[in-house]
Design a protein around this ligand. Structure first.
Ligand code: ADP
Ligand code: ZN
Length: 787
């Protein structure tokens, strides 16, 4: 027998190895193996097992890692699709489906040895230096993998054993599950009686789940109508989560499992608790597995294996949880489906929502996308019949949506002093809340003290020497730092312009730190807490602050995006958005959509209790549609006017985008390479002559990732030049951030409906493309950010 292996080094090629007799029966599709490659030993994943190979003199597989295959054939198939669609090496895609903690060679379930600190009785012994160094690490981590410790402390296992002999640590190999939520007692909850709108939505979802057969409905083709993908559009507090919970219960009844994706930022203890309370309390503790970036490697390993072994049937996690080995899979939920954090910003640059839809198709699982502000893409797909729209128009218990007031900040400008942080209206509203003992959330788009260092006399702005962005002023540390590359410098005391030297150099713009400070002056008695990436560095910070806020120990919470999501605070009756339009001034066609989403989400934080909520939106462009539609909580209205603009310029969701970015230290070379690439693209894709405005694709599109193109995604590839008749090639242009980390970046933007087909063409073009050694190319399919 032979095995075909995809190696962990990106070669875009697979290799055959023989299965030696002693490993017979242990090697299967999805097994992790170690194989010889030249003089090296390399890890890889078995992608196929066969009787014989077309190659002679095969080398044998050296070893199988782990007792169980780690990648199921279904996830393997998904990884292949990712490689193809997102235009990256299949090995890169395969790597991303297995968490690092599981992939590591020593991460085998059985072989692992843990070192744990034991309680010290009496006086702590004086240790030799080497042992003391090792002990310090154990003491800090309390529990650590032996192999990790040995590496960290640059020591040997023997040294650690000496600590064991002294009775300071225990080294154990038993399967120990570290449940990150073990310390909490969670009270079980029962399903609620759903309201009529919820009932309709839930019925449709369950119907689809019941209708799924184990065989594809249309054998021989991957293309089927997406009757099993739903978009659940409901304002915050309309009861979406309750629908998720009951749909999951239905999956369990069917003997199937479920994956729930939430944005990393929303993966709060509160969210997790709701799922654990329904399914994972008491005896069923292991039923819910949680995957997110704050878990230690060990915790992640354990959660993953709990799923693989079928003990956990429900997975809740951020982006990469879409690869969780749940089998059989009945349901995938993508909450806050419009969130940009679902897109991975390194190769493979996949979008977890789209991978979820693909996985749902491949495994006949029902997919539910939920949001109060759906992405333009998903709503468009509903309009065109690809997805089924489910709506929850009202809040549960008829709670009113908060009243939103837009404050025109141009009128609040003070002569010569720039805009204030608080309009008189917002100040008054905060005063009222403090008097009534109610809580306030203030929202701002930026962290730090203020955005930039500006000289009012000569106009000098402190810029990052590496990236074309202004530096951010951090007051406590007294430094200027770049949020792109991390460059830091000291704050000058006078304007650095030699001809100016103005000592009255000032900080323009505003950050959360500044808001906190001004609040302290305006409301000296108020208890204010700030929540942003600068103050929330440790694992538990977030939990603590939210706990205090809930307990009423904080009057005003100031924060960035972090506080915009999924939190319920009944006593919050006021939300203030300091500068609503700061997100509008970005060179990205999604700036309006993003602003609309942000405002709507933040506004949803107010009035979740008995008292009606109020929202103040301070803006310099108060009549911008994104702000006006958000004020009226009118998603459909926003969609209708926004889609017109997207149609006109053929931007997504009307088309799909591939963004090609060339990077290098020498600007001329980068620019030249970009122009060369553009000519190649025009030559090969044959679009130069075709007028960009003609869209000829048929309307009855069944392709998942080809907007409006009917074709067999798997069959032999016929010459498809006419497929790209709608292709638009824009650029090359300097990227909005021309220089980032000392690299010059030029971009070419391709727009077409036939993205699956274009991706395949691009892969070939890139392979034969010759670039100067110091210029690199990044391909981003369906990018969410253009900078
Ligand atoms: P969303 O996920 O849309 O923000 P939730 O599911 O969190 O909405 O519901 C908001 C609140 O209403 C929660 O406290 C939830 O427990 C409650 N709730 C949801 N559905 C019902 C129902 N059918 N009956 C009573 N309360 C409900
Ligand atoms: Zn920088």
């Amino acid at each position: 027998m032979i095995a075909r292996v995809s190696l962990e080094i990106a070669l875009r090629k697979e290799f055959d190895y023989s299965i030696p007799p002693e490993l017979a029966g242990q090697v299967d599709v999805g097994s992790r193996v170690q194989v010889p490659f030249g003089a090296r030993k390399i890890l890889g994943v078995v992608t196929a097992v066969a009787e014989e190979s077309g190659h002679a003199n095969l080398k044998p597989i050296l070893k199988v890692i782990g007792a169980q295959t780690l990648v199921t054939p279904k996830v393997l198939k998904l990884a292949r699709w990712i490689g193809e669609y997102y235009c990256c090496a299949p090995e890169t895609a395969l790597k991303s489906v297995l968490p690092e903690a599981v992939r590591k060679e020593d991460a085998g379930w059985r072989e692992r040895l843990f070192v744990r600190a034991l309680p010290v009785n009496g006086e702590f012994p004086k240790l030799p230096k080497r042992q003391q160094d090792v002990w310090n690490i154990i003491e800090e981590r309390r529990e650590i993998l032996l192999s990790e410790l040995v590496e960290l402390a640059a020591t040997t296992a023997a040294t650690v054993r000496k600590l064991e002999d002294r009775g300071l640590v225990a080294i154990t190999s038993e399967v120990s599950e570290r449940d990150p939520y073990a310390r909490e007692t969670i009270l079980a909850t029962q399903p609620l009686v759903v309201n009529p709108a919820q009932a309709v939505a839930l019925e449709k979802i369950k119907e689809a789940m019941d209708g799924q057969k184990s065989e594809a409905r249309n054998p021989g083709s991957d293309l089927r109508p997406l009757s099993s993908t739903f978009l659940l559009h409901g304002v915050t507090g309309s009861g979406k989560t309750e629908i998720y919970l009951q749909a999951i219960a239905h999956a369990l009844e069917q003997g199937k499992g479920a994956i729930v994706l939430v944005p990393e930022i929303a993966l709060t203890p509160q969210t997790v608790e709701r799922f654990k309370a329904r399914f994972g309390s008491g005896k069923l503790q292991t039923l819910v597995a949680v995957l997110h970036s704050h878990l230690s490697a060990g915790e992640r390993h354990d959660e993953w294996h709990k799923i693989r072994q079928g003990r956990a049937r429900i997975v809740i996690g951020a982006r990469s949880a879409i690869f969780a080995p749940v089998e059989p899979l009945g349901l995938i939920i993508v909450d806050e489906e419009h969130e940009h954090t679902y897109k991975q910003e390194e190769a493979p640059r996949y979008h977890a929502r789209d991978v979820a839809i693909m996985r749902g198709q491949m495994e006949n699982a029902v997919v539910v996308l939920g949001s109060a502000t759906p992405s333009m893409e998903s709503f468009y797909n509903c309009k065109r019949g690809k997805f089924t729209l489910l709506e929850l128009p009202e809040r549960v218990d008829d709670q009113k949506l908060p009243y939103v007031r837009v404050v025109d900040m141009r009128q609040a400008m003070r002569d010569g002093k720039g805009p204030p942080l608080f309009s008189p209206q917002l100040k008054e509203a905060i005063t009222q809340r403090l008097e009534r003992g109610e809580q306030t959330i203030l929202f701002l788009n930026r962290r730090g003290y203020s955005t930039s260092l500006l000289c009012p006399k000569c106009g000098y702005v402190a810029m990052c020497p590496n990236c074309s962005v202004s530096l951010t002023y951090h007051r406590i540390e007294q430094k200027l730092s770049c949020h792109i590359c991390g460059h830091n410098e000291k704050v000058p005391s006078v304007c650095p312009e030699p001809k100016c030297k103005n000592p009255a150099i000032r900080f323009a713009g505003t950050g959360t730190q500044k808001v906190e400070e001004v609040l302290a002056k305006l409301f000296p008695k108020a208890r204010v807490k700030r929540m942003d990436a600068d103050t929330m560095k440790r694992k538990d910070d977030y939990r603590h602050v939210l706990g205090d806020f809930r307990a009423g120990k904080i009057d005003i919470l100031v924060g960035t995006q972090m506080i915009a999501k999924g939190l319920h605070f009944p006593n919050v009756t006021l939300v203030g958005i300091i500068y609503a339009d700061s997100a509008l001034h970005q060179p990205d066609f999604r700036a309006g959509e993003r602003t609309f989403q942000l405002l709507t989400q933040v506004a949803g934080r107010a009035g979740r209790g008995d008292v009606e909520g109020e929202v103040f939106v301070q803006a310099f462009t108060p009549f911008h549609p994104a702000i006006q539609y958000a004020r009226r909580h009118d998603f459909v209205g926003f969609y209708e006017q926004e889609i017109e603009f997207r149609e006109q310029l053929k931007y997504p969701p009307v088309s799909r985008v591939a963004l090609l970015t060339l990077k290098g230290r020498n600007e001329e070379k980068v620019k030249f390479s970009a122009e060369h690439l553009k000519r190649e693209l025009e030559k090969i894709l044959g679009s130069a002559a075709a007028p960009a405005a003609i869209i000829s694709a048929p309307a009855d599109d069944a392709g998942l990732f080809d907007e409006g193109v009917k074709q067999d995604t798997r069959g032999a590839r016929a010459p498809q030049k006419n497929l790209f008749r709608d292709l638009i090639i824009a650029g090359p242009a300097p990227a909005p951030l021309l220089r980032a980390e000392n690299f010059y970046r030029y971009q070419i933007m391709l727009r077409t409906r036939a993205m699956s087909a274009l991706s395949r063409e691009l892969a070939q073009i890139i392979q034969s493309l010759k670039l100067p050694e110091d210029v690199s190319l990044v391909v981003d399919i369906d990018p969410v950010s253009l900078s």
